[in-house]
Design a protein around this ligand. Structure first.
Ligand code: NAP
Length: 165
């Protein structure tokens, strides 16, 4: 089973503020939906609460240290290992780690990721959650798409990176 991380980050690695996203780029949402539909998402409890519902067409795993935590329509896990075992037991081909900052950091520390889907957004502004720095030399670029700015949305580009084997 492959493990992928999917994130959108600003010029200074900004991810979020006050448990909210920093921009609304419909093309990026479409990319997220298309990439993850039919698969399983693993997200931290704070990210889940910011979204507030399970995303349709996907299985949602919520990571929390709270042994009593429950959310309808989701599975609650208490470690990365439990999430991975869950997906393996279901015969999943890929698990998407969907944030937030704490979860991305730990996934890098544990060297879990085979693939990175990173949307780089031309946004600089206030944030309280950041995407971690990581050793980019361990990954090779396998896809790059660029999206022009519009009246409503900034320029952004999608990079897909694969772990060098
Ligand atoms: N731009 C993007 O692509 C993107 C994507 C996702 C999220 N975000 C943004 O990121 C922000 C949220 O990120 P965040 O870093 O504050 O929180 P988070 O990573 O979403 O969640 C943190 C929570 O996860 C649980 N957790 C963390 N490590 C754990 C472990 N090893 N075992 C068990 N549980 C663990 C804990 O929950 P408990 O406290 O319940 O124990 C912790 O409080 C929001 O602003 C959101 O909008 C942005």
């Amino acid at each position: 089973m492959k493990i992928a991380m999917i994130a959108a980050l600003g010029n200074n690695r900004e991810l979020g503020l006050n448990n909210q996203m920093l921009w609304h780029i419909s093309e990026d949402f479409k990319h997220f939906k298309k990439t993850t539909t039919g698969h399983t998402l693993l997200m931290g409890r704070k990210t889940y609460e910011s979204i507030g519902r399970p995303l349709p067409g996907r299985t949602t795993l919520i990571l929390t240290r709270d042994s009593n935590y429950e959310q309808p329509g989701t599975y609650v896990v208490h470690s990365f290992e439990e999430a991975i075992e869950y997906c393996q037991s279901k015969g999943e081909e890929i698990l998407f780690i969907a944030g937030g900052g704490e979860i991305y950091s730990q996934a890098f520390e544990k060297n879990l990721c085979d693939l990175l889907y990173l949307s780089y957004v031309d946004f600089s502004g206030e944030a309280d959650t950041y995407f971690p720095t990581f050793d980019e030399s361990k990954f090779e670029l396998i896809d790059l798409k660029e999206f022009s700015a519009t009246e409503k949305t900034p320029f952004w580009k999608l990079k897909v990176l694969k772990l060098v084997s």
